[in-house]
Design a protein around this ligand. Sequence first.
Ligand code: ZN
Ligand code: ZN
Length: 784
Amino acid sequence: MPKIEEKAWDPKFEYQIARKWEENELYKFTVDARKHAYVIDTPPPYPSGRPWHIGAAAHYSQIDMIARTGRMSGNNVFFPIGIDRNGLPVEIYTEKKYKVRMREMDREKFLNLCRSALDELEKEMIQIMKSLGLSGNFQTYYRTDSNEFRQMTQNTFLALWKQGLIYSANRPNNYCVDCGTTIADAEIGYEERRTRLIHIRFKVKGTSEEIVIASTRPELLCACQCVIVNPNDLRYREVHDKTLILPIFNREIKLIKHQLADPEFGTGAVMVCSYGDKNDVQLFRELGLEEIVAINEKGEMSDCAGPYSNLKIKQARDRIIEDLRKFGFLEKEEFIIHRTPICERSKTPVEIVPMQDYYLKQLDFVPKLRNFAHELNFHPEMHRKILLDWLDAVAIDWPISRRRFYGTEIPIWYCKSCEYPNIPDPGKYYKPWKESPPFDNCKKCHSSHFVGEERTFDTWMDSSITPLFVTKYEDEPIFHSQTYPTRIRPQAKDIVRTWLFYTMLRCYQLTGKLAWSDVWIMGYGVDERGEKMSKSKGNTLDPYPIIAKYGADAFRYWSAAEANLGQDFRCSEQKVAEAQKFLTKLWNVGRFISSFEVIISPPQLTLATDEWILGELGKVISGCLRGYQDLNFFVPASLIREFTWNVFASHYLELIKARAYNSNDNDGYKSALYALHKCFSTILILLSPICPFITEKLWQELYSTKSIHLQSLPSDDNPYQEMCRYSNQIVEFNSMVWNKKKQTVSNETGKLLSLRDSIYIEIPSELQIFKGDLINMHNLKSKL
Ligand SMILES: [Zn+2]
Ligand SMILES: [Zn+2]
């Protein structure tokens, strides 16, 4: 009789199991003075709307596998849980949800709305993370908008300020007119967009000649300070260094030779305006041109745009094209596909607008960070390249100030009489936009009147110190020294140039150390056809009902078995349902095995079949250990399934059934039951980081009252490795016998043989050592 009563694995068991883990504080972390902790720099997920991306749920499942692998490899694992609550997507979500406009309402009220929107989303995310079986530190989960976190963001900013690494500068910078703020290069994406290319006639001064200039930004005509042509472009040889008359505005500008002009684009003659693109910025600097600010921070044309001032960019463009046509300056217009820089958050084309912003120095640190990029262990190795490529592309310091509300405030008060920026002492969370300064007089002129800074930090200023926050940097020196540097940063591929890069930078500037030794980067979750999932395409999947229906283990098993680490992985309910079939098989095998006495101490193995399966098991163990070492869970997930289903259950269990039921055959019986349970208990241990629930339940039913999650991964010495050479022959022989029975008509009954019927088949000489078990399994009769 099977000891396990439940006929099938029910995902509802998961809830009770999780509750027991919680009661027993199974995953509790305490620092151990003798052993540097294995700290996971868990990405705090970002609640920016619902449902949560199914790919993200898969991502967090696997981060939990990292934690469990770490523990079972003998490490003291700290797996913090946090929620990232700062920034723009939250503001946008709040504006939509409550139908308000951030800049049109009281700041304090808006912040409160953001907070309550976040609380709701956060509750859901925590619930999903828990239902996935995450073994993280939920009791003390942190929020990046808490006073403690924001205080650390401000403290570390003040420290860098004192090191002289922060400066303020008015520079043309990427600016999103929809978000109303400066953004960093790292936050820009590119899209191929259809746009109008306008060919405009410019008069050459003092002649009747004209030249034609093509531009996608005719509304910037008012800010045009010269025209360039390539020195090798023979079409313009006659007009080099001549003066042109700007259409509509009637201003004189120079035509200059410059290598940056691409003879292939448009007519080969290019307007240089402040600022159409990065080339313009470079040319203004290089040629010492006087900047004309054409677009203001609201995304409207400024006064210098004359008749077009106060119009939105798009309106101004339409209007000026109309006028160019009306006044005879329009040569032609055509449509082209243009690689357009866009804001990654709002998808708005990025403008380049001069703004006064704070910058954190990063250019000086790139060589050091490049060394770090080579030192880090990347899982998988191929993703190191994303970081190295970005390090090659870093071209300016990091603009860190943002004109937004829901973020950590920049802790500065400006003196009203001399404008000197006064900074407070670290140690408190400051809100200068609504609080008076913690000092009475200006450090420079002793005036006592101040204005508080209204801007906030780029949210990456907060998230780039997660390794410091979770290790209690400057708060608890002993805790910090035993946990920092941390062990591993798991993260998504699309935030290498932001989160990974900025964390390396900031932690190095503050501690002089690399924040982790390992980086683990997963691919994207895509739909069944391999396409990116997005709300606009309508191909997103809510993970929550899927987890509720099939259970966390099925979900986790799917996530591990779907793709090698780093590859994009396909998501569908069907795939999770498929994964559940393996759990059903595992349960059935476990239930069947639970009929047999557990023999733990190894007896003399009397039969070759038992040595063979232990040899095969050893092979699986070493394969799994390699997978776990690389933190590539695809490897153990695939190996365990293949072994359990296609070797252990299909062949071994059939081979030893007769012995397992015959307790009179003392040696053969004990040998079989030992190998049987050795295999199954090892499978459970090997699978437990991936499927923590079903393995826990089977383990406790069969082997111990203690949790399986206190076990270590098995060692990979394999004394029976030699026996694996028989595997193919055993499988082939068994299949051959099964097929033959299916095709043979019985002399006695006239029907096809059943698998239990006897048959005359000679056992090949190489398999003679398995003779007894093969005869019993197939009911073989010898011809004699
Ligand atoms: Zn934007
Ligand atoms: Zn002053």
